[in-house]
Design a binder for this molecule. Structure first.
Ligand SMILES: Cc1cc2nc3c(=O)[nH]c(=O)nc-3n(C[C@H](O)[C@H](O)[C@H](O)COP(=O)(O)O)c2cc1C
Length: 178
């Protein structure tokens, strides 16, 4: 099996970047070659594609989505950081939205979700809106936003590395069978 991956990273405030950097380290330690995608690069057909992105509108944010729509027939693993709780009905919905987007033209091997610190500027902007505005952040929402502040933490990072290691193991077993 050729151990080569193309990684696409989209991170504005650094949460996803932290996860991605740890994944790169994990891949290198396992003897993988990692190509960081730059606009215009060709993604070799045999490369595993690893998407690292942040959640927007309960799904994949747009630059990642544009990249995803430019590839076909690839095996894809997704790592997403989100402000909401991944272990909730909302988290399930986000996971499904991501899977559906990937499965459109590619094969989704797995989706990893973890919480990522919401930019406090965004929290207070929404808190200051009129109460009847659809983006007004109520008390429950504020609690949720504040809870996100400690993520991604060490546990999130370790879980991401284990998730990747497991996916790679399964990929190997699958390819060795052929
Ligand atoms: C414009 C905007 C939209 C967002 N939309 C969502 C959303 O729909 N659901 C969610 O759970 N988090 C949402 N978030 C929170 C981010 O996904 C989360 O903070 C993420 O970890 C940011 O990653 P980064 O630090 O790599 O940029 C949004 C953040 C921004 C700035």
């Amino acid at each position: 099996m050729r151990k080569s991956a193309t990684m696409f990273i989209s991170s504005i405030t650094g949460n996803t970047r932290l996860i991605a950097n740890n994944l790169i380290e994990e891949l290198h330690q396992s003897g993988w070659r990692v190509h960081l995608y730059r606009k215009g690069n060709i993604v070799p057909k045999e490369n595993l594609v690893i998407l690292c992105f942040w959640c927007r509108r309960s799904s994949i944010e747009s630059t990642t989505l544009n990249f995803l729509r430019s590839i076909r027939g690839r095996k894809v693993i997704a790592f997403c950081t989100m402000g909401g709780n991944p272990n909730s009905p909302y988290g399930l919905r986000v996971r499904e939205n991501i899977r559906m987007e990937i499965e459109e033209n590619n094969t989704c091997l797995g989706v990893y979700l973890c919480q990522g610190r919401i930019d406090p500027e965004r929290t207070w902007r929404r808190r200051r809106l009129p109460r009847d505005h659809r983006h007004y952040l109520d008390d429950e929402g504020l609690k949720r936003h504040l809870k996100s502040q400690s993520h991604p933490d060490e546990r999130d990072v370790n879980r991401a590395k284990h998730f990747l290691a497991k996916q790679i193991r399964m990929l190997r077993i699958d390819e060795d069978k052929r």
